[in-house]
Design a protein around this ligand. Sequence first.
Ligand SMILES: [Zn+2]
Length: 652
Amino acid sequence: MTSERRYLLERVDDAAVVQLYADGFADLALREKVLIWHLYLAALAGRDIYYDQRHAQSLEMRAVVEAVLTRGRDISPSVLQEVRRYTKLFWINSGPYNNVTARKFVLRLTQRELLEAALAAATAGAVLPTRPGESIELLIDRLAPMFLDPAVDPTVTNKTPGPGRDMLATSFNNLYSGVSLSQVENFSERYGLNSRLAQSDGRLVEEVYRVNGRYDREIRRIIGHLRDALPFATSSMGDALTALIRFYESGEEADRVAYDVAWVRDQDSPVDTINGFVEVYMDPRGVKGAWEGIVSYVHEAKTRAIHTLAAHAQWFEDRMPWDPRFRKPDVAGVTARAIEVVIETGDSGPMTAVGINLPNDQAIRERYGSKSVTLTNVSDAYERSTPEAMRVEFSWSAEEAQRAIKWGGFAQELTTAMHEVIGHGSGRMSPAVTEPPHKLLGEQYSAIEEARADLVALYFLPDSKLVDLGIISAEAHDDIVAAEYEHYVRNALVQLRRVREGTQIEEDHMRNRHLIVNWLRSHTSAVDVRKRNGNTYFVMVDAIAFRDGVGCLLGEVQRIKGEGDAAAARDLFETYGVHFDPSLRDEIVARVDRLQLPSYTGFVMPRLEARRNESGAIVDVEISYPCDLETQMLEYAAFARQDRHDSGHMPA
Ligand SMILES: [Zn+2]
């Protein structure tokens, strides 16, 4: 029964833990279930790569706290409780850094308490990640600064290190090792996306992520599971998986391109996966790919509505409020689907996006198009787990709160679809520009691209074309537009709760929203800032002024991308998108905490289990919902220790 389902499972500090459901899975054909099963194992097989990319000590740290949790019977309850709190945050964020703020969170114990807990766990039979010849004391000495000291390696990604400071030297991820930005600038990378750049004997070395390279063991396991999946894939998906295997084997750019093309060409398979080094947000340079694994299947009914939007992409392209030289004469292959996610690992889970548009390679997007998806079961779980108080607290009026409750879910799902389908897929570069925009815009690129996609969605939401297409009803149109604009403006305020320290925003989607609302506040009469009982409200007061402003800003943002105008991008974000008033943030944090509202969400994924007959053939794949983060994360860790690509089962 849907009504009895548990969505919000628990709170850990300012994070919510929510169960994700995949209702359509049980109705899939056996062939698709078995395909998903193998892809699910491939997604699990790469999970530890991402932990390692986040920080060089992540996996050892995780092994220590997981050992304490599983063998903690002789540890004092208060110490165990703190280890449990910390470990849950570590799991939700896939490592020691908050995924939203990029800042480190710490274990609130003394080194002595941590050591005693580790020793007690070892006595109880836990295996700790000591190096050959290393005692547990030395292991804890080595890891304690990362666990306990907020000043050690404080940020994972620092795109704005301040004047005279080095972006790479102040970003403590493991995509680079001992390398400064000035060294990289004089070095030509052959494996930009899929290597760690390290210093060896005074020169730079690319440690390539591939078979016989860095992450060899994990990559071999991934390949094994992908091979197992091949017989169950459609022929176009089989081509993509084969190309992906080749890329994992060689690590070569040409094979990555071949894979991207094959993946985009697979438009009709009911099942899809993303498995590899994809998004570049963790790298302050925006070059190195973070590993992620996603397995999904198509939600047919919701996909029909999105297809309508995609089928008319050219209509929107022809009316983009930017200089016609940036309009694509023929929008190629913009496809969009609503999907249900079965599992997300690495960079894409437990914290997840609600929409995805890939590949990121601009040249492939322009030539072959891209694939867009909205993650319907993720949106649904977000919606059902969000307390009503969240909408009411920051709404100026009762009508605004009512509109949010009535139309918020629909409006956000639609704008997400528009963001992905007609946003990211739109526009072209100036013919005079030969370099790709991410090279020209550097660390500003991702935020500019996100702003562009959001602005396209906001700009076209009030267009009567959506009514003509049957996507929005004419009577509700004004309410839906108001609900979305109000939400967008409110969110610029409410999202400050996620940046509890510092006075600047790092995450690119947050930068883009901050930019848009601040820019509208400065240039239009669409947004009013009001006070009541000491509380601040951002109030959307004029939807027409809002839309006009959005069109104007969109023209400039597209020009910046199309011309690769890095100076203008930096100026725009420095003025409107990065900095905020800490006293306002403190007010929001206090209001959110008073209502116990979460700042971000980690999802517990569905769990699959293969049923076999006596000869070992899979006769069914069953889905279940653990409703417990700790159970799932410990199961994943056990899987990483035991996985052989051909074993095909989760450990009991
Ligand atoms: Zn986006």
